[in-house]
Ligand binder design. Sequence first.
Ligand SMILES: [Fe+2]
Ligand SMILES: [Fe+2]
Length: 137
Amino acid sequence: MLNPHNVQPFPEPSAADILDRQHSEIKRKRQNLRTSIIEGMGMDQIVACAKDLIDTTLEHFRSEEHAMEASRFTGLTGHKHLHAEMIQSLEEIWGELEHRKISTAMELMSFFDVRLTYHLDFEDGAFEREMKNIRNL
Ligand SMILES: [Fe+2]
Ligand SMILES: [Fe+2]
């Protein structure tokens, strides 16, 4: 029988681990949107996938900014500005998606493929490296 006193606790996930997980979730949901378009699942399904992807991304921007504030990241103001620009693009695309055109879904897909992927893979890097360095000190 498992003795709870002998169980080693999992180490607390760091903010960097949480943000990495959120990035993976965004990429997984981007893949869901791509699949819904490629497999011609119909606009209801495509719009649902698009909404899920946008909501997850906006939620991630909020958590990331909180983590940056909490750790007094020096690049916070500039990074918030990058997020604000992307939020504006996402709001415009979401407004267009109400017309339920496949071309808008494709536009959202290319926004994620180009702009958002660059952000997650490169522009977020400075903060992630800073947090990982602090944790490893
Ligand atoms: Fe991020
Ligand atoms: Fe970011």
